[in-house]
Design a binder for this molecule. Structure first.
Ligand code: URP
Ligand code: ZN
Ligand code: ZN
Length: 469
């Protein structure tokens, strides 16, 4: 067999192994892994050769939580499927799972069709969808089975945002009962929206309208209470549950307790909760609006608890919740009232480097655990494994040649996301991708982008597979 590409002499890192080997690619798949593949007689002289010496060869990152081209808060998130997937590629992420929103009264199929039309001609890397359900009636419950059949095998429900996305416990229980039968996975935004709404209205009545009040009106107890309630509802339904964007120790404790009892409960956190804190709201003027997302930033001491949760497998995934809004014109919508600031922050580009830097270079966990958190477990939980999430013969050649010693200072001046600020401005990371491939095609080489809009494929996902720590 002839190879199209060979990465020579790299250190292959999977969730379980670290070893020196060549990795050869043919027809977009990993075709061989072994010693000296170029001269072993199975290579061919026309194969493109990359020198992996001193580099890590990683499976492409999988970010299971992005909001591209999403209408929200009277505007639309600033990255579309072209700019968002391009920025992801620069950071070594080669698969995104975005959220298709079913608005009230709509069929779930309508959400799927709408988001397919946003993505299909634009995505530069592969993508899939979760379906956000805002309306759970009997028709939609049975339609969940159709979506699972079509490869949309996870559903996000909200316990927050009353009047917009929030569902009551009865609806949540019914949806969980449905996934317990059809193999889907419920992803839960766990915050007590009714309680938060009371606190928000009281703050507004007292004239507290600056960005920091977004954080101060959403206590950690509201996240912990909803996390515990979501877990209880999932236990009643006999269903697994995945808690999204977990931000604080109080909620982490609820997940840890449930997992200690052997329940199929999983949770992700995001780089912003590991690197930023409520102190970011001390930024001058209206700058705090850059950090308005939900759940909000917490006191600094939560950060180390979350890192420890990643290390100890109390948290299983790092996603970004990438939901960018420009500071000028979009965040500005809430200059006089924090409730009008579109919620969300940009992050899809730097997840891999931030987690490698803080996790592996920072001595908190191994490179294998890093791969597990950013690629392998996301693939397993969301029905993409082993096509994605690992380096093995037959898997898609979504590969990153990662330079573990390369340093980079994050800045809006150099990032590729279509947004006018960085949440991580000035933070220096250690570890950057040198080359990024999607199904064997080079997306990024150094600072050059070599991909094309529309080359990304929709991934029909299998149903959830349990992941044991
Ligand atoms: O502030 C956020 N997280 N915006 C995106 C919507 C969500 O709840 O994930
Ligand atoms: Zn959410
Ligand atoms: Zn989100």
């Amino acid at each position: 067999m002839g190879f199209d590409t060979i990465i020579k002499n790299g250190t292959v890192v999977t969730a379980t192994d670290t070893y020196r080997a060549d990795v050869a690619i043919a027809d977009g798949k990993i075709a061989a892994i072994g010693a000296d593949l170029e001269s072993s007689g199975v290579g061919q002289s026309s194969a493109k050769i990359f020198d992996g010496a001193g580099k890590l060869v990683l499976p492409g990152g999988i970010d299971v939580h992005t909001h591209l081209d999403m209408p929200f808060g009277g505007t639309t998130s600033a990255d579309d499927f072209e700019t968002g997937t391009r920025a992801a590629s620069f950071g070594g992420t080669t698969t995104l799972i975005d959220f298709a929103i079913q608005y009230k009264g709509q069929r779930l199929r309508q959400a799927f069709d709408t988001w397919m039309s946003k993505a299909a001609s634009k995505a530069v890397c592969d993508y899939a969808f979760h379906c956000i359900m805002t309306d759970v009636s009997s028709g939609q419950l049975s339609e969940m089975n159709d979506l699972v059949h079509d490869g949309v095998t996870s559903f996000k429900l909200f316990m927050a945002y009353p009047g917009l996305f929030m569902l009551d416990d009865a609806s949540i229980l019914k949806a969980l009962q449905t996934t317990s039968k059809n193999g889907g996975l419920i992803c839960m935004h766990a915050e007590n929206g009714s309680a938060i709404d009371v606190i928000v209205q009281q703050a507004l009545a007292q004239g507290k309208k600056a960005p920091k009040y977004h954080a101060l009106t959403r206590p950690t107890t509201a996240e912990a209470e909803a996390t515990a309630r979501a877990i209880a509802l999932a236990e009643m339904a006999g269903a697994p549950i995945y808690i999204v964007h977990l931000s604080c120790n109080d909620a982490l404790e609820k997940v840890r307790e449930a997992r200690d009892r052997g329940l199929p409960v999983y949770a992700e956190t995001c780089p912003q909760y590991l690197y930023l804190s409520i102190e970011n709201f001390d930024a001058p003027g209206f700058e705090g609006a850059k950090y308005v997302f939900t759940p909000p930033l917490r006191e600094k001491w939560h950060q180390e608890k979350l890192w420890n949760g990643l290390k100890r497998d109390h948290l299983q995934v790092v996603s970004t919740d990438h939901c960018p809004f420009c500071f000028k014109e979009q965040k500005e919508l809430g200059r006089d009232d924090f409730t009008k600031i579109p919620n969300g922050g940009p992050g899809v580009e730097h997840r891999m480097s931030l987690i490698y830097s803080g996790g592996v270079a920072g001595g908190r966990f191994s490179a294998n655990r890093f791969v597990e958190l950013v690629s392998t477990t996301p693939a397993k939980l969301f029905g993409l494994y082993p096509r994605k999430g690992t380096i093995g013969v037959g898997s898609d050649a979504d590969l990153v040649i990662f330079n573990p010693g390369r340093k980079h200072t994050i800045s809006a001046a150099t990032h590729h996301m279509r947004v006018d600020y960085s949440m991580f401005e000035g933070i220096q990371v250690t570890g950057m991708p040198d080359v990024v491939m999607s199904r064997g095609k080079i997306l990024v080489e150094g600072d050059k982008f070599l991909g094309n809009a529309g080359q990304g494929e929709f991934l029909r996902r299998a149903t959830y597979a349990p992941v044991n720590g």
